[in-house]
Design a protein around this ligand. Structure first.
Ligand code: SER
Length: 601
């Protein structure tokens, strides 16, 4: 079974079980300062898991593109990926544990669906702690279905709990499903969930039944939900008896594009461990980069946020490409576009800009490399005076930090001149730098959830007022290009070719405050996208919408309104609760895009 068949079967199975298929969302989350990328299928659904009604109903199914960069440095081994696809089904206050597990079981075991032999399956359930009891119910259901006690492991929160690590949001115990690859157990305690390599996780059923508050309290959710996630790449790997995700059809055309771009040519994947590792890094990083560049909310490579991660991915791939004698990553990117445009038509639509951005970043990186080499040559006469022929790690780090010059290349140049680099010292400086950028980047992985605090909700409504006010003052060419909200401020990006004048900024600010002063009600209705447009609602260009959408109106009545937008919510009930709106800064964001930073006081 290939990945296309798996995707369709999953959607078909859950549709047959009363679920409505919804569109996967952008890789770049809207209104969520806690993560740079969409990290799980449930991520775009957080508001609904917390109680917002979803326009498509209570049983949903989809496939979602995800990026997790926590393990970026492990990519290159046979299993790690930065980009992956997640299949998911959701119950928003509908079925709970028993039905969720029964459906998972049927899909995995029934010959009509995946047909995995029963004896290959093992599961884990939550062992219980001071916040929540041992999950006897899930264990009971698994046993009734035929999983023997010996293949059910009880595991603590670190393993069997999904939810925000250090932040707030919906969470609960989970039950994970593993495939036994048949290896000997590593010891008497080896069971599902053991990390020795015998058990491969393929699916996770999360039973969302708490909301973790800012005070760290687990409040029971009024409406219990189910969130499940099945990794496409891993599941295809086990279904085809392969050892590595890179050995599957998912990567085959991308690997072929890389090997045919190698110089000297004639290489076959699998012949040389070092080369294979570089090939895997290129395939993974190019796939992630292509999806980011081909996203409706694409970012460009830059030195901050998601753009920085993208830059790192491209540059690391270029470096490995150079090792293999590749001139460019573009053929590999085109293979990604070709392979995935069926389920992700945005890739074909964005092909020209994907190629253009990659070409530009490759050129820039080449300049960086030349600059770094030049700096190294300037340092060389002094370096050679050292009797130990060692270059200090601090100096190597400076080349990296100031010029972006990769340590591997410093190593290489040093080697060519009969020297070594003090790697321990470099690694220490690098680690410090990484910790710093991690804390600054604020990137949260497991459970990076949207902040649904009171202030975030107020800012969310403020984006609607601002969007409309900008169109009134500047014209209808203004369209929202992105927003980012924290509890302290909001940022709003929009299309407009020139800087705003002080007069325009003041008018926009006054209009927003006037609407806040009127204490207008904010109401929500569900309708079809066409009806929403006919009613005068604004929708984000490039966003994918369901057939039924939620429309938020700020105004006295559905006909006499100030703003109407297609949006997932949540919003304040009345504008009067929002406080005073101040525009603090108006600046350029990128070509043709302006950025406003504003606060509510
Ligand atoms: N959120 C859970 C996961 O990512 C299940 O979808 O594993």
């Amino acid at each position: 079974m290939n990945s296309d068949e798996l995707r369709s079967k999953y959607i078909e199975f859950f549709t047959q079980h009363g679920h409505t298929q919804i569109e996967g969302k952008s890789l770049l989350p809207e209104n969520d300062p806690t993560v740079l990328f969409t990290t799980a299928g449930m991520h775009p659904l957080v508001p609904y898991l917390l109680g917002e009604p979803h326009p498509a109903g209570k049983r949903l199914v989809d496939y979602q593109k995800c990026i997790r960069t926590g393990d970026i440095d492990s990519v290159g081994d046979p299993s790690h990926l930065t980009f992956f696809e997640m299949l998911g089904n959701w119950s928003l206050g509908d079925y709970f544990k028993e039905d969720a597990i029964k459906m998972s079981f049927e899909f995995l075991i029934s010959p009509k669906w995946l047909g995995i032999p029963l004896e290959k399956l093992g599961v884990t359930v939550f062992a219980g702690d001071e916040n929540a009891p041992k999950d006897e119910e899930s264990a009971r259901v698994w046993k009734e279905l035929g999983i023997p006690e010996s293949r059910i492991s009880y595991r603590p929160k670190e393993d069997n709990w999904w939810g925000p690590a250090g932040s707030t949001g919906p969470c609960g115990p989970d039950s994970e499903m593993f495939y036994d690859i048949g290896k000997e157990p590593c010891g008497p305690d080896c069971g599902p969930g053991c990390s020795c390599g015998k058990w491969l996780e393929i699916w996770n059923d999360v039973f969302m039944q708490y909301n973790k508050t800012e005070a760290g309290i687990y409040e029971p959710l009024a409406r219990k939900c189910v969130d499940t996630g099945m990794g496409i790449e891993r599941t295809v790997t086990i279904l085809n008896g392969k050892k590595s995700v890179y050995d599957t059809e998912v990567f085959a055309p991308v690997i072929a594009a890389v090997t045919s771009a190698m110089n000297p040519g004639g290489y076959t994947y699998g012949e040389d461990a070092d080369k294979d590792k570089s090939i895997r890094i290129i395939c993974d990083h190019v796939r992630s980069s292509t999806f980011v560049l081909g996203d409706p909310k694409a970012v460009s490579p830059s030195n901050v946020g998601a753009g920085y991660v993208l830059r790192r991915l491209i540059r690391r791939a270029v470096r490995h490409g150079r090792k293999l004698g590749m001139e460019s990553l573009i053929p590999a990117a085109l293979a990604v576009v070709e392979k995935f445009s069926g389920p992700y038509p945005e890739l074909a639509a964005g092909k020209a800009s994907i190629v253009e951005e990659l070409r530009r970043e490759e050129e820039k990186f080449l300049e960086t490399l030349q600059k770094g080499e030049h700096e190294f040559e300037k340092l060389l006469p002094n370096l050679l005076k050292d009797p130990k022929k060692t270059m200090s790690g601090r100096l190597a780090f400076k080349l990296y930090d100031t010029y972006g010059f990769p340590i591997e290349l410093t190593d290489e140049l040093a080697g060519e001149n009969g020297m070594t680099v003090n790697r321990a010292e470099f690694d220490e400086a690098f680690k410090k730098h990484q910790e710093l950028s991690r804390s600054q980047g604020g990137q949260v992985f497991k459970g990076g959830l949207a902040d649904q605090g009171e202030m975030a909700v107020k800012y969310h409504t403020a984006t609607h007022l601002l969007h409309r006010a900008l169109r009134m003052v500047l014209g209808d060419h203004v369209a929202q290009k992105g927003s980012n909200i924290t509890a302290e401020r909001m940022r709003f990006d929009f299309s407009h070719p020139v800087p705003m004048t002080a007069e325009e900024i003041k008018r926009v600010q006054d209009i927003v405050n006037e609407q806040i002063g009127k204490d207008l009600p904010v109401t929500m209705e569900m309708m079809s996208l066409d009806q929403a447009k006919a009613a005068g609602a604004m929708a984000l260009f490039g966003e994918k919408y369901e057939s039924q959408v939620k429309v938020y109106t700020v105004g006295k009545s559905p006909a006499d309104f100030f703003s109407k937008e297609v949006c997932g919510g949540p919003h304040v009930e009345r504008t009067g609760t929002m406080g005073r709106f101040t525009i603090q800064k108006e600046q350029s964001s990128s070509a043709g895009i302006r950025r406003i930073r504003a606060a509510l006081e």
